[in-house]
Design a binder for this molecule. Sequence first.
Ligand code: AGP
Length: 368
Amino acid sequence: EQIKKGNYDHFMQKEIHEQPHSLTTTMRGRLRDNDVVLGGLKVHLKTIRHSRRIIFIGCGTSYNAALAARPFLEELSGIPVAMELASDLLDRQGPIYREDTAVFVSQSGETADTLLALEYALENGALCVGITNTVGSTLARKTHCGVHINAGCEIGVASTKAYTSQIVVMVMVALAIGADKISTQSKRDAIINALHDLPNQVSEVLKLDSEMKDLAESLIETQSLLVFGRGYNYATALEGALKVKEVALMHSEGMLAGEMKHGPLALVDETLPIIVIATRDACFSKQQSVIQQLHARKGRLIVMCSNGDVSSVCPSGSCRVIEVPQVADCLQPVINIVPLQLLAYHLTVLRGYDVDQPRNLAKSVTTQ
Ligand code: AGP
């Protein structure tokens, strides 16, 4: 059933719309009475808690998912969390120590760069954890322990449901690592409750489908698209832009909003569309100020905000707004990526490109 398109025109479309279900499957049996049970990690949790550093390693969308989960893992574990693109780690032969926990994230579990980085980390004595969608994959077999994301088979080359399930798994990993701390108990309880409701919230945000098609229609002829995010949603900016570039074949860049005035501001004019992610979290007021600065330079703004926040993000009424449900800060990236996945999908169809097999790309990159 999973490898049929059913009522959908493309696998990417089907996989976007099945996220309420795939997220439910990812969490099934793992959330219990305000506790998280991850069988594959259990015996290693103590070692992970004593790590001097946790390193997330992956490529493309899998790297972006880890980036989305990083702030929550840092908050709950108190351990520094480093980010590594697998190819860059290998190019630099960056230092890895026995006291490190290296967490490898890969939908396929067969990406060559990620597997070579795994060999390198094993040689250097790190505890190696695998997070993958593919049971029996090389990543699953060669790591010391790990968690399957159980998102179901993903066929579209553009990763969508695996991304949101990866984030949820890494949030659950953070909850499991932080479970020995009394000081974060109430925060953990709140997130576990929010996880239960997350599939419903994703169903809500999927209702933006026709709005995103309409937005895509207004962007068909555009040469380039920028996406600005920060904090938890820096990853959303990178991932949204990656989706647009890989399937809609349109130049798109995800940028850290805090870096805007250090260069990208020069690009702003009346024609370049800029999506600013400004949902409610600790970075909200900083994003309001970014919007004001872009507005002052007559930027063509599309603002993603929490439901009911239109007048707070766009007082002049001159920008286009995407309203999404507000959820716990660490889960907001799961919600916020969905409209951008839909936008990339509709842009691709409208521009007449192949949705499921984008030019020059393979689902799993098994060569270096
Ligand atoms: C995702 O849309 C991309 N096709 C690509 O970036 C992918 O995420 C990357 O190649 C890593 O793949 P993996 O998760 O199977 O390791």
